[in-house]
Design a protein around this ligand. Structure first.
Ligand code: ADP
Length: 417
C-alpha cells in the first residue's frame, strides 16, 4: 500500500453500466517517491494506462474495473489510499456515481460529488483535442482494412498496432465535430464549442450488446478473452455473404461477393445434420436425439390438463423451455467465428449510424470513443471500413488514445474549468 497525503482532487471516478473508471493524478516528484522509480514512464501497478505529461508536470494513472464488481474499486481505493482519502468530495460521473454513492460513503467515508455525464465526456474530449499531443489517430493498415468486411482473421494481415496508428496534429479550431461514444450503449453528440453540445442520436446496440451476446454465445469469462478469440475467427462461417446468396457478386448494385448480406445469416442456412462423423458422431447424435425427444415429450405432457398442471407446479415448464432452447444449433458454430461476427456486426452498424449522422448534421470530423474500442485491431478496422465504405472514401474515422477515459478526465477537470 502506498502512503499518500489526503487530497480528494487527485481522484476522479466515472461509473458506467459496464466499467468503473478511476483516474489518479500524481505530481512527478511524488510519483518518483511513491513508486520508488526513476523512470516516469513506468506504470502504476494495475493501471490500464499511465500518462506522463511533462508540460504540466503531472502523471495521470487510469484504472478500470467491471461495474458488476464495483467493490473491487472500493477495495482498491481502500488498500492503496485507505484513510488517505478522508475527503468529503471526490468528483464523479456516470449513473453508478448516483447508484453506488452509498457504498462509497459507508466503506470509505467518501462523498461523491456527481457531475453530468455528457458534460464530462465533452469536456474531457475538448481538453484532449486542445491540450494533448499524439491523441487523435487514424487506423492506417490497408491489408486489414481491405479485409475488413468478411475475410477471416489471418496472422498475415494482423497489424503491428503501433505502426498502424497515423497521428493527426491537434487543430487550433476543433469544432464542430461528432463524438460517437461506444460504451455499454452508444451516444452520438454534436459538439460546436467548449460546453456547447447536443446529443443528436444514439443506439442501444453498443459495447454492452457485444459483450452481453458474447457471454451468451461463447464460454468466455472476460471481455479480453472474447477479443483474443476474434483474432482467430472467420466470420464468413457465421455470416451470410452476398456470395452465399448469389454464388458470386451482385454486380448490378456494386456488391462484392464478400460483402455481409446478413450478420449471423449462415445460422439460417445451416442444415440440421450434425457436423461430427464416425463413432463419436453417432454417439453425439444418439445423446442429442434422446435428450431432444425426452424434452419434446415433456413439452407435450406439459400441455395436457392434469399432468401438465402438476409438471408446471414442479417447475418443469421453465426447465424444459431452457433445455429446448439449448438443443439448437449453437454447438455447430465455433466460438472464434461467432466472436468475430458479433464484433463486426456491432462495429459496422455503429460506423454506419455515425456516418449518417455526420451527413445529417453536416459535420466532417467523427471521433470514436468509449471502452469498446481500446486498441483492438478488428474493432478499429471495422469502424474505419464502415465510415470509408458509406462515405465512398470521403470521410475517415478518427480514434483517440484515451478513448475509454473521456468521462473521467472531464470529471477530474470539474465544472469550474
Ligand atoms: P460504460 O460507461 O457504459 O461502462 P465504457 O466506455 O466504459 O462504457 O465501455 C464499456 C464497454 O467496453 C463494454 O460494454 C465492453 O464492450 C467494453 N469493454 C472493454 N474492456 C472491457 C472489460 N475489461 N470488461 C468489460 N467490458 C469491457
Amino acid at each position: 500500500a502506498v502512503n499518500l497525503r489526503p487530497e480528494s482532487r487527485r481522484f476522479a471516478i466515472d461509473i458506467g453500466g459496464s466499467l468503473a473508471k478511476l483516474l489518479y493524478v500524481q505530481r512527478e516528484d511524488e510519483a518518483r517517491q511513491e513508486l520508488g522509480i526513476k523512470k516516469l514512464d513506468e506504470t502504476w501497478p494495475g493501471a490500464q494506462l499511465s500518462v506522463h505529461i511533462p508540460e504540466i508536470g503531472f502523471i495521470l494513472n487510469f484504472f478500470a474495473f467491471e461495474t458488476r464488481n464495483i467493490n473491487d474499486l472500493v477495495k482498491f481505493l481502500r488498500e492503496n489510499w485507505g484513510s488517505g482519502i478522508s475527503s468529503k468530495d471526490v468528483r464523479a460521473t456516470g449513473g453508478g456515481a448516483v447508484k453506488y454513492a452509498e457504498n462509497f460513503r459507508e466503506e470509505l467515508a467518501v462523498v461523491l460529488n456527481h457531475l453530468d455525464e455528457m458534460d464530462c465526456l465533452v469536456r474531457g474530449l475538448n481538453f484532449l483535442l486542445t491540450k494533448a499531443q499524439r491523441e487523435v489517430y487514424i487506423f492506417d493498415h490497408e491489408p486489414l482494412l481491405s479485409a475488413a468486411m468478411s475475410e477471416p482473421a489471418s496472422p498475415s494481415v494482423f497489424p503491428d498496432l503501433e505502426n498502424s496508428r497515423k497521428f493527426v496534429d491537434a487543430s487550433d479550431d476543433p469544432f464542430p465535430y461528432l463524438l460517437v461514444n461506444i460504451g455499454s450503449g452508444v451516444s452520438i453528440i454534436k459538439v460546436t464549442g467548449f460546453g456547447e453540445y447536443e446529443r443528436v442520436s444514439g443506439s442501444s446496440l453498443g459495447g454492452g450488446t457485444f459483450w452481453g451476446l458474447s457471454r451468451l454465445l461463447t464460454n468466455c469469462k472476460t471481455f479480453d478473452e472474447v477479443i483474443e478469440l476474434t483474432k482467430s475467427g472467420n466470420n464468413s462461417k457465421v455470416d451470410m455473404l452476398v456470395g452465399d446468396i448469389y454464388g458470386g457478386e451482385y454486380g448490378k448494385i456494386g456488391l462484392d461477393a464478400s460483402v455481409i448480406a446478413a450478420s449471423f445469416g449462415k445460422v439460417v442456412m445451416k442444415k440440421e445434420a450434425p457436423d461430427v462423423y464416425g463413432w463419436a458422431g453417432m454417439w453425439k447424435q444418439f445423446v442429442r436425439a434422446i435428450k431432444g425427444s425426452s424434452y419434446l415429450w415433456l413439452n407435450f405432457l406439459l400441455s395436457t390438463p392434469a399432468l401438465g398442471r402438476f409438471l408446471r407446479w414442479m417447475g418443469y415448464d421453465k426447465k424444459t423451455q431452457e433445455k429446448l432452447a439449448n438443443l439448437g444449433l449453437r454447438s455447430a458454430f465455433s466460438a472464434n467465428d461467432v466472436a468475430l461476427s458479433l464484433l463486426r456486426m456491432v462495429a459496422f452498424n455503429i460506423g454506419q449510424i455515425a456516418y449518417l449522422n455526420s451527413k445529417r448534421y453536416d459535420v466532417q470530423r467523427i471521433y470514436f470513443g468509449g471502452n469498446f474500442i481500446r486498441d483492438h485491431p478488428y474493432t478499429l478496422a471495422a469502424i474505419s471500413f464502415a465510415v470509408r465504405f458509406w462515405s465512398n472514401g470521403e470521410t475517415q474515422a478518427l480514434f483517440l488514445q484515451h478513448d475509454g477515459f473521456l468521462g473521467v478526465i472531464g470529471a477530474f477537470l470539474g465544472n469550474d474549468d
